[in-house]
Design a protein around this ligand. Structure first.
Ligand SMILES: *[C@@H]1O[C@H](CO)[C@@H](O)[C@H](O)[C@H]1NC(C)=O
Ligand SMILES: *[C@@H]1O[C@H](CO)[C@@H](O)[C@H](O)[C@H]1NC(C)=O
Ligand SMILES: *[C@@H]1O[C@H](CO)[C@@H](O)[C@H](O)[C@H]1NC(C)=O
Ligand SMILES: *[C@@H]1O[C@H](CO)[C@@H](O)[C@H](O)[C@H]1NC(C)=O
Ligand SMILES: *[C@@H]1O[C@H](CO)[C@@H](O)[C@H](O)[C@H]1NC(C)=O
Ligand SMILES: *[C@@H]1O[C@H](CO)[C@@H](O)[C@H](O)[C@H]1NC(C)=O
Ligand SMILES: *[C@@H]1O[C@H](CO)[C@@H](O)[C@H](O)[C@H]1NC(C)=O
Ligand SMILES: *[C@@H]1O[C@H](CO)[C@@H](O)[C@H](O)[C@H]1NC(C)=O
Length: 826
């Protein structure tokens, strides 16, 4: 009730106050120290004191000042990383505090080697008098850790305690007053209706600070010198989200947010549901963050409705993990009916039970509400535990008992906080993922490259010093950057053979003469690490003559490079239309479809768990010098449902025009989604036109719809590629058309399996080839094949295995797999 009255008052006064908080906040206490430096350093308009000047704050028995000539990633803060202070014993900075209240403590780390001190191997604790901030902490890359604590005395001590036989270090340090209103004492809670009280006592550690739908907001653009990173790397399904930017619309209104709470550049951009104008869209946009299990977190949502054109247009739901925290949020109702008023909401979570925290927004179920949802910014802060500690190890006393495992957990958990340098953060995450994969490989079934039978490449004896380059070794597919540079003539633009979402593809030649296609990830690419990773994993596990082979990858220097076998004849798509290639015969087309179907069939069945490609299209079917088809691009692939489930629940990915409508509706992924897309490819092959062609009359735009219309009328022949007119035997065309039609069935359960599709395409080929008296043979086969639903699936897959003698590599590999998996299980 009280709230209602306040809202009413706000509404009545309705005071717009655009920039009244923008005067800027002047911190009462402001200590900035460039540790180890001989001179003051100016970074983003702020002067970081030379170490000498700070030394009076420091009580340190042993200390060393180190500097590095190492060139550091160019960045505004790089100066701070050039020097460091090393502590060989317990040391304490004591800062006199002129104004009690909350203070930021920002710790900058960037390890280098100085004299006998290798800072990458340093291990230490950092604490204040009341709170443990870091324990058994090690740091592998640039990192800024941000904490805030409420100081109720006249000084703040920051204590560095080296672990046994180790030392501590720091490159730069900030202790700066925080405006009082930034962290209120109250917040809502996720599960209970009773709010959380007592934030004022909490020490907080910043876990994430994200600007949704916009660029990185550097500390220079934030009055409180915070860094806001873009949200792309946290989004679970990037293509479900789109972005909007309109900084001029943002209004700061009494009772809402202030420029101190978050700047205009954060409120002025958002990530929203990408509903593509579909009023039946029903999906969530979800972000995922690493958190430390066992800790509660403060989650702050920043909202500003920059997408609506009038009040009361946008209603949406907000979730933290699986709990709905706000239902039917109507932002315009909160702040005196002002559109695009900046607003924030705080929630304190229960102790995290997992190391991931998910935040989602999704459409409201309110009748008539258009499905849309937005988020402009997000902050996640870890709360200290009941011991006052922000780390899992409790107290600062780490002597003896701290196990390596715990250290790992802490280092791991600290990853999420890498916000100082986005680049550094990405690099670090990348390394971590790589390590995880490398580990998985060792523990799982790592198939050495040579199993493929004679196609192993040993490149670059030149590179034998330093990085290993032999692909036969257990380091697997790793290829040195130098070798990639050489293979592509240093990424010569004239060698570019394709450009995709991921980046550019170059033609290259390894120094043993193998021709390769080199796909170089663009750091700004929409796809990214996850896809890069998936592709390496998939391709190194699945080897088949109808799947394009991975020769290696390179992740040095923050690169994401994949090296494949070179496919002389490019994409199937380019042979169908638009590239002036000579037209393919019907037989060639059937053979290509059969090859691709084999590849997909193998993916779906060749391993204990089905693999769903998710992006089947003519541009992902490549042709070698003999026009043999190979399926490529596994970046979106997912392993299929577990035995006891029938689908994988996931948000929609794939390419427009090929997307399974059922998958789109229900976001449930099965192999049948690939079957649908493959059906579209079949029509594309037959009609030789793009799957979506907006230049055509309306009913023709979508190939799948258009072709189905003609197929249902039994008149498919009317729309086939004019080059094929009179060259397809009617039986063959009928079989082909029926096969494609079944693939496009509305419901996955009604679609054939890839094995059935394969079998029917082979049959269509036989019908085409059948001359004179071979009708007998066809007669024998036809009873089984005429109708998909009559086929016993077990029979058909057995038939498939028997019929595909030429598929030995696939079959034997799956045997190898199951054997390895079995022996692993014991
Ligand atoms: C850093 O190293 C250079 C030589 O590489 C030296 O001239 C300079 O005095 C050093 N600075 C500090 C702070 O140690
Ligand atoms: C360095 O900064 C301190 C404090 O910000 C200031 O007192 C001092 O004069 C500065 N020294 C130089 C050489 O600019
Ligand atoms: C420093 O330590 C790290 C981690 O312990 C190690 O990987 C690296 O090789 C060391 N560097 C030097 C120059 O000893
Ligand atoms: C800090 O704690 C004191 C109580 O010790 C409280 O009065 C004050 O409001 C707190 N400040 C902030 C910013 O939470
Ligand atoms: C940051 O500030 C600079 C100049 O102060 C401005 O040009 C730039 O657009 C700002 N960036 C953002 C994201 O607001
Ligand atoms: C959105 O996420 C919540 C929480 O995980 C879930 O309960 C809800 O069903 C999801 N909504 C849709 C449309 O997927
Ligand atoms: C955090 O530490 C303070 C003491 O500094 C304590 O009062 C508070 O209960 C702790 N927070 C939690 C969530 O346990
Ligand atoms: C650390 O803990 C051990 C026992 O757990 C104790 O003997 C030792 O005194 C403690 N050290 C400090 C500095 O508190």
């Amino acid at each position: 009730m009280g709230c209602k009255i306040i809202e009413l008052l706000i509404w009545v006064s309705s005071v717009l106050c655009f920039q009244c908080f923008a005067r800027g906040f002047t911190p009462a206490d402001n200590y900035l120290i460039d540790c180890g430096s001989l001179a003051n350093s100016t970074v983003g308009g702020r002067v970081f004191m030379a170490d000498d000047l700070a030394s009076k704050l420091l009580s340190t028995p042993q200390r060393v000042v180190g500097n590095t000539s190492k060139s550091i990633i160019s960045s505004a803060v790089s100066r701070l990383y050039q020097t460091a202070r090393i502590f060989t014993g317990v040391s304490k900075y004591t800062f006199p505090i002129s104004q009690r209240g909350r203070l930021w403590i920002r710790l900058y780390f960037s390890p280098f080697v100085y004299a006998t001190y290798n800072m990458s191997s340093a291990k230490f604790d950092v604490s204040t008098e009341n709170h443990v901030l870091l324990s058994s902490f090690s740091v592998g890359a640039h990192l800024v850790k941000e904490f805030s604590v409420n100081i109720t005395t006249d000084s703040l001590a920051i204590i560095f305690t080296p672990s046994e036989n180790s030392f501590a270090f720091i490159n730069a340090l900030e202790v700066v007053s925080v405006p009082d209103q930034l962290i209120p004492d109250h917040a809502r809670t996720v599960k209970s209706s009773v709010g959380f009280q007592g934030l004022m006592w909490q020490a907080l550690e910043t876990v994430a600070r994200v600007n949704m739908g916009g660029p990185m907001v550097s500390f220079k653009n934030d009055t409180l010198h915070r860094t806001w990173v873009p949200d792309q790397s946290f989004l679970i399904e990037k293509n479900l989200a789109s972005t909007v930017s309109n900084t001029r619309a943002v209004k700061y209104v009494d009772g809402g947010s202030t420029p101190e709470i978050a700047p205009v550049s954060v409120y002025g951009s958002c990530t929203k549901m990408n509903s593509l104008g579909d009023p039946n869209s029903n999906f969530n946009v979800t972000w995922e963050f690493n958190v430390d299990p066992g800790f509660q977190h403060l989650v702050r949502f920043h909202f500003c409705d920059i997408v609506s054109t009038s009040l009361n247009q946008l209603y949406f739901n907000v979730f933290i993990d699986s709990s709905m925290v706000v239902r039917d949020l109507d932002l315009s109702a909160y702040l005196g009916n002002v559109l695009a008023a900046a607003y924030y909401m705080d929630f304190v979570t229960d102790s995290a039970t997992m190391n991931k925290l998910r935040v989602s927004i999704g459409p409201s179920n309110l009748r008539g509400a258009y499905p849309d949802a937005i988020l402009n910014g997000l902050e996640i802060m870890k709360l200290n535990n009941s011991d006052g500690s922000l780390t899992g190890l409790g107290t600062a006393n780490t002597s003896g008992s701290s196990s390596k495992k715990k250290v790992g957990a802490i280092v791991g958990a600290s990853v999420g906080v890498a916000f100082g340098l986005l680049l550094a953060g990405l690099l670090f995450m990348f390394c971590r993922k790589r390590r995880r994969v490398a580990h998985r490989r060792q523990s799982k079934t790592w198939i050495p490259f040579s199993t493929n039978g004679g196609t192993s490449h040993t490149i670059g004896s030149k590179y034998s010093e330093g990085t290993t380059a032999s692909l036969n070794s257990n380091t697997g597919y790793h290829i040195p950057f130098l070798a990639v540079q050489e293979a592509t003539n240093n990424f010569d633009e004239s060698l570019v053979i394709g450009i995709g979402g991921f980046g550019k593809v170059y033609k290259g030649e390894l120094n043993d003469g193998t021709k390769v296609a080199v796909k170089r990830g663009n750091p700004q690419s929409q796809q990214g690490l996850a896809e890069f990773q998936t592709e390496i994993e998939m391709l190194s596990q699945f080897r088949h003559r109808h799947l394009v082979s991975l020769i290696g990858y390179c992740d040095e220097k923050n690169e994401m490079i994949l090296i494949y076998e070179y496919m002389e004849n490019g994409t199937l798509k380019s042979h169908l239309y638009g590239s002036g290639h000579p037209s393919l015969s019907w037989k060639q087309r059937l053979e290509i479809c059969i090859g691709a179907a084999r590849g997909l069939h193998y993916l779906h069945t060749g391993y204990a768990k089905a693999v769903i490609h998710r992006d089947v299209k003519s541009a992902n079917i490549l042709l070698d010098e003999n026009l043999m088809a190979k399926v490529a691009d596994f970046g979106l692939s997912k392993t299929g449902p577990e035995i006891d489930q029938t689908h994988v629940s996931t948000a929609v990915k794939g390419s427009f025009g090929y997307l399974d409508p059922e998958y789109f509706r229900r976001q449930q992924l099965t192999e049948k989604s690939d079957v649908y897309s493959f059906g579209v490819v079949l029509f594309e092959v037959l009609c030789a036109r793009p799957v979506i062609d907006p230049t055509l009359p309306r009913e023709m735009v979508n190939l799948a719809e258009w072709a189905m219309k003609w197929q249902k009328r039994g008149q498919l022949v009317q729309i086939i590629d004019s080059n094929l007119k009179g060259k397809i035997r009617p039986d063959s065309l009928r079989k082909f058309g029926e096969t494609a039609e079944k693939c496009l069935a509305d419901f996955g359960v009604d679609r054939p399996s890839m094995g059935d599709v394969l079998w029917n395409l082979e049959y269509a080929l036989q019908l085409q080839e059948a001359v004179k008296n071979s009708t007998n043979m066809i007669g024998e086969l036809s009873p089984q094949i005429n109708n998909f639903s009559q086929l016993d699936p077990t029979v058909s897959s057995e038939q498939f295995v028997l019929s595909s003698v030429d598929d030995l590599s696939g079959a034997s590999m799956s045997k190898v797999f199951s054997q390895l998996v079995k022996s692993e299980g014991r």
